[in-house]
Design a protein around this ligand. Structure first.
Ligand code: BGC
Length: 496
């Protein structure tokens, strides 16, 4: 019996392989995710572009409906055992043929268990939820189905079974959803809020969703790799407000019965602390960054179910004594400008690699006289400095997605796709006993998404992505970077 099932499965696999994604029959690869940007639609389907080539966008894996139908297969009726996983989803075998598994998977930590699927129903919105104390505490953390699909597509490219097992575990942990342009905000904000709410309604347990607000005019002013769609001018600043912040506000005001955390505009205020004089683009962005923050804090900071953390770079950016002192002034001014809106605290190490603890380092020539040469010491110092600067609510979250090991970078200022990196501590509320002002370790940067392209001819090429310790060839910021992901799995600390 066993043998015949195996044989049937093998035969079915061979049949499926040729039809795994519709574009393969036309001689084009599948795009790595069903959420890839649609560049062109024709009678065959939706087309995206990856690595300079056309690719077919696979049918979404993320509907609770029978997704396999669109590919010419039935949905499984009894089995939930996945025999094969590809960018379309999980496949089982029934009656000698492939079937698409609609539900399956499990979750063991405080992450939610939405099985990597969106719920596009219209869940009923309950009464107002109000944060009290640590916004990360007491909730399931929502799993972003887009990330699950990215990992599934990555697994489909892997053959080492121990690495595949590690990759599978990545789907159990939550990471942030980046609203990195107007279109992505429109596509992902409400959809994820709805899915988290549906799960909350179904399980009776609150489900926390974390978004990154990331579209300021003149974004990434000191670098090039993450330059955004809006420029530092009045017209684009008006669009930031009306087409981006106001729309987010409207959705947040609709979905009031679930907890939400917002990480605000990575790198922007840290650039205001250190790069106004040295970088004309940052001087140009200055008024828009400040105005944008005041605007959004006033709007989001009065919503009881929403908590905000302003980005503070990382230990090797604002850790020096003079930078921290200046930061106290900049951040207290920004928070006051958003009154009556409230800010819960600050996010450190977003998309960076600085280890949580690095006891070998101390202030001296090796650290360029930085008295905060690891994240723990940085947050301890910032806590004191921000309190002295008169900031009332001083709590932190630490992005631990990429700081599991001390990587190969030759200078802590290296930020682009560093070789030898490893996944860090798992998302968790109140991770350090006695450090009451540390709300959470959380994965803000989705592991495996690139920091910037290494293609020197690209418009957003930044020299840092060509440096000796930057992994190459690397795709554009935010795009999937398979080799980087696989290295992170191997080096994960704690191991996956
Ligand atoms: C990119 C964004 C992306 C984010 C998460 C940033 O570096 O600029 O486009 O969404 O990383 O990967």
């Amino acid at each position: 019996m066993k043998t015949s099932v195996a044989l049937i499965a093998a035969a079915a696999l061979a049949a499926k392989a040729s039809a795994a994604c519709w574009s393969q029959n036309l001689g084009y690869p599948c795009c790595s995710s069903s959420s890839a940007k649609v560049e062109y639609t024709d009678a065959d389907g939706k087309w995206g572009i990856e690595n300079g080539n056309w690719c077919g966008i696979p049918a979404a894996t993320n509907s609770a409906s029978c997704w396999a139908k669109a590919l010419g297969y039935n949905c499984c009726t009894s089995t939930t055992q996945a025999v094969y996983t590809d960018s379309d989803g999980k496949w089982g075998v029934e009656n000698g043929d492939w079937c698409g598994i609609v539900t399956g998977g499990s979750s063991s930590n405080n992450s939610s268990s939405n099985n990597g699927s969106y719920d596009d129903s219209n869940p009923s919105i309950g009464s107002q939820y109000t944060h009290s104390g640590n916004p990360f505490k007491g909730h399931k953390f929502f799993i972003n189905p887009y990330y699950t699909a990215e990992v599934d597509a990555a697994i489909a490219q892997m053959s080492d079974s121990s690495l595949i097992a590690k990759a599978e575990k990545m789907k159990e942990y939550s990471n942030a959803i980046w609203l990195d342009n107007i279109e992505n905000m429109q596509n992902w904000l409400e959809r994820n809020l709805k899915s988290a709410l549906a799960e909350q309604n179904a399980t009776g347990q609150t489900v926390l969703t974390v978004f990154v607000v990331y579209d300021l005019p003149g974004r990434d002013c000191h670098a090039l790799a993450s330059n955004g769609e809006l420029l530092a001018n009045d017209a684009d600043a008006a669009r930031y407000k009306s087409e981006y912040i106001d729309v987010i506000e409207e959705k947040l005001k609709t979905y009031i019965s679930q907890p939400v955390v917002l990480i605000i505009e990575p790198d922007s205020l840290a650039n205001m602390v250190t790069n106004i004089e040295s970088t004309p683009a940052c001087a140009k962005s200055e008024k828009y960054y400040y105005d944008g923050h005041a605007y959004l804090i006033k709007k989001f900071g009065v919503l009881p179910h929403v908590s905000m953390y302003l980005d503070i770079g990382h230990a090797f950016w604002l850790g020096w004594d003079d930078n921290r002192e200046k930061a106290g002034k900049v951040y207290s001014k920004v928070i006051s400008s958003g009154s009556p809106g409230q800010v819960r605290g600050f996010a450190s190490n977003v998309a960076n690699y600085t280890p949580w603890e690095d006891p070998e380092l101390s202030r001296g020539p090796e650290t360029e006289w930085n008295s905060c040469p690891d994240e723990k010491r940085y947050i301890e110092a910032m806590y004191k400095d921000f309190k002295s600067a008169g900031i009332k609510s001083v709590y932190f979250i630490e992005d631990t997605s990429r700081n599991g090991v001390k990587n190969d970078r030759f200078h802590p200022g290296e930020w682009c796709n560093q070789m030898g990196s490893g996944i860090g501590a798992r998302p968790q509320a109140s991770p350090i006993a006695g450090m009451d002002y540390l709300d959470a370790f959380y994965w803000v940067k989705p592991y495996g998404e690139s920091d910037g392209t290494s293609d020197e001819s690209a418009k957003r090429y930044d020299g840092y992505c060509g440096h000796r310790t930057a992994m190459k060839p690397a795709p554009e910021a935010g795009q999937w970077f398979q080799a980087f992901f696989e290295e992170g799995l191997k080096n994960a600390n704690p191991p996956l």
